[in-house]
Write a protein that binds this ligand. Structure first.
Ligand code: F0G
Length: 349
């Protein structure tokens, strides 16, 4: 089997004979039926585990294309602004490609695992005193002045790569789902999925298109509010974005598909993360849990048609930020290595 999305979906991607065959084995992530969540929602719910990508998030799909195209164009360095996952992915693929990576992240508002990834892969990490939106503005200025390739999702190659996840969903289910539920931050991914579904539809690979259901965190919900949020705030740092670059793409995906973009509270996000971990065996990061928080909320409001097939995109791994997942939990006390003491601790004596 071909590994990596450049090889597997070559005919749908901007690949030429001179595009290097870059891969860390991205794509081909599991699509898992979620029985307990389905029972709660009253629908057939599937989870797409994008945290199983090489650097632990969906960003690898877009990054492999963006970095391969940067190599093809003769670039020596790539740059991005990031809430963390794009930085981790850019750093890893640049390392593999032998390019330099520069990543600009909001100081103090990035999960430790993502920062560790950027550092260990040898990226030049710049912690900006500002939020993601300010970091992206700085990066766009730098790109205009210096010879460095941008690998944010404003780079169309990123969207091209990320749309392959929609292809995989259709390939595995044999048809598009009724509803695609997805977290929305900078709005590149919802844009990419919608393009993927549209292209598969146009190519005759699927007969119908899904409704796109996007979810933003309530403290960072510019698309829901219809205006930029100057100081976005949410526990889901990956989607703490007040002025998404692909705003129009997200609105088009929503409107053309007859879908929705709504907000979920931090409490709903935290609760969805914990539910997925305990009831489905899947540890996703907080931003990812927004998709499940969203369908749980809509189900409570009676807005999920019974029996529909829903695919929730779990965009990143919970292992990026283990401390936030167990915040408020008392760590286990050490017990002497004696059978009786262990039995007593377990309440079995
Ligand atoms: N989920 C995770 C885990 C993310 O890291 C992101 C975005 C999203 C969802 C939202 O996707 O931006 O395409 O709407 N992370 C970017 C980053 C912003 O810098 O890593 P989006």
């Amino acid at each position: 089997m071909k590994t990596g999305i450049l090889a597997r979906y070559r005919e749908h991607l901007p690949v030429t004979d001179s595009t290097p065959p870059l891969s860390l084995g991205e794509g081909g992530t599991p699509l898992v039926r979620a029985e307990r969540l389905s029972a709660v929602i009253g629908a057939e719910v599937w989870l797409k585990l994008e945290g199983c990508n090489p650097t632990g998030s969906f960003k690898d799909r877009g990054m492999v294309v963006a970095v391969a195209k940067a190599m093809e164009a003769g670039s020596r360095a790539v740059i991005c602004a990031s809430t963390g996952n794009t930085a981790a992915s850019a750093a890893a693929y640049a390392a593999k490609a032998g390019l330099m990576a520069i990543v600009v992240v909001p100081a103090g508002n990035i999960a430790p695992g993502k920062l560790a990834q950027a550092i260990i892969h040898g990226a030049r990490v710049l912690a900006l005193q500002g939020n993601f939106d300010q970091a992206l503005a700085v990066v766009q200025e730098l790109v205009a002045r210096h010879a460095v390739a941008p690998v944010n999702s404003v780079n169309p190659d990123r969207i091209q790569g990320q749309k392959t996840a929609a292809f995989e969903v259709c390939d595995l289910l044999g048809e598009a789902p009724d509803i695609l539920a997805i977290p929305v931050g900078n709005a590149g991914n919802i844009t990419a999925y919608w393009r993927g579904f549209q292209q598969y539809h146009a190519a005759g690979q699927i007969r119908r298109l899904p409704q796109m259901w996007g979810f933003q965190a309530a403290g960072a919900a510019p698309i829901v509010q219809g205006k930029p949020v100057a100081e976005p705030q949410t526990v889901a740092t990956a989607i703490c974005i007040g002025n998404p670059a692909s705003w129009h793409g997200a609105v088009a995906a929503r409107d053309e598909s007859g879908g929705i973009i709504e907000a979920v509270s931090d409490e709903e996000i935290l609760s969805a993360q914990s539910f997925l971990a305990r009831a489905e065996g899947v540890f996703c990061e907080l931003a990812s849990a927004a998709s499940v928080a969203g369908i749980r909320k809509l189900a409570r409001e009676g807005r999920v048609p019974p029996g529909v097939r829903i695919v929730c995109i779990l965009t990143g791994s919970g292992l990026k930020d283990p401390a936030s997942a167990v915040a408020g939990v008392t760590p286990p006390q050490a017990v002497p290595a004696e059978l009786e003491r262990v039995e007593r601790e377990l309440g079995w004596s």
